[in-house]
Write a protein that binds this ligand. Sequence first.
Ligand SMILES: *[C@@H]1O[C@H](CO)[C@@H](O)[C@H](O)[C@H]1NC(C)=O
Ligand SMILES: *[C@@H]1O[C@H](CO)[C@@H](O)[C@H](O)[C@H]1NC(C)=O
Length: 296
Amino acid sequence: MERGAVISLFLSLFVSVVASADIYKDPSQNVEIRVQDLLSKMTLAEKIGQMTQIELKVADNTVMQNYFIGSVLSGGGNLQSAALATRLQIPMIYGIDAVHGHNNLYGATIFPHNVGLGCTRDPDLLKRIGAATALEVRATGIPYVFAPCIATCRDPRWGRCYESYSESTDVVKSMTDFIFGLQGEPVSKTMGIPFVANSSKVAACAKHFVGDGGTMNGINENNTIIDYNGLVSIHMAPYVDAIAKGVSTIMVSYSSWNGEKMHANRFLVTEVLKSNLKFQGFVISDWEGIDRITNP
Ligand SMILES: *[C@@H]1O[C@H](CO)[C@@H](O)[C@H](O)[C@H]1NC(C)=O
Ligand SMILES: *[C@@H]1O[C@H](CO)[C@@H](O)[C@H](O)[C@H]1NC(C)=O
């Protein structure tokens, strides 16, 4: 045997050993099998790290590697840390959308807010705005936005009412076409599966699950007092549309439902959202939402 042939035989053996050891790296395998393989090989520390999103100010290459950090948040108005990220070459996985003032730092287009867009009753316009926003966010190196807010605002005293498309659930439902603009439009056989078309698009985040626009006296992050049927028909219905349209992530609400904090609500987040509505994307907590479950 030629030396070259020995080496290539060795290489092909090596490759096949690696392939059988790391099923999760093999794109020809079934996704569920790959996920199971990867999870079975992860340590607890890796799992915790991957679920953790830290602020850019405390992120450096050592922290990212030592703690297996899953994602980095570029906090609102944080121009200095954006420059820092570039210097450290930290991948900016997650960013805050124009709603909270990330992209305006780069001179991006500022569109009318959701309450005004809802008044247009024009889902196609929303789709085009979503597409423009995706391009501008992607141009800053960020592949994820915390939008759209699909709250149904039932009390105009709520300070974040302008982030809601409407008091009408039907209007909010139709405006979820914004997600098509941000992520691209899945073909029918992939409807309902988290979807980002390509590198001109960003992952969207439908928020805040659920009942954020229904709090008592419009008090921000307060208590939404309503029976289950009311919660579903007024506040949850737009999530059914968002999931069907391929939304990749859903953020949990600070608010409570009948006195129980949404961040602690296993029934609504796990049973209803993941099992019944079959949401397969990421569920993300709101800023320190886990910390706020208890006091202290
Ligand atoms: C990305 O996907 C969008 C929506 O499907 C499509 O219009 C666009 O042409 C694609 N861009 C690239 C660079 O492939
Ligand atoms: C609602 O707001 C009131 C007044 O600020 C506060 O005392 C109460 O704890 C809040 N309830 C919830 C569930 O957040």
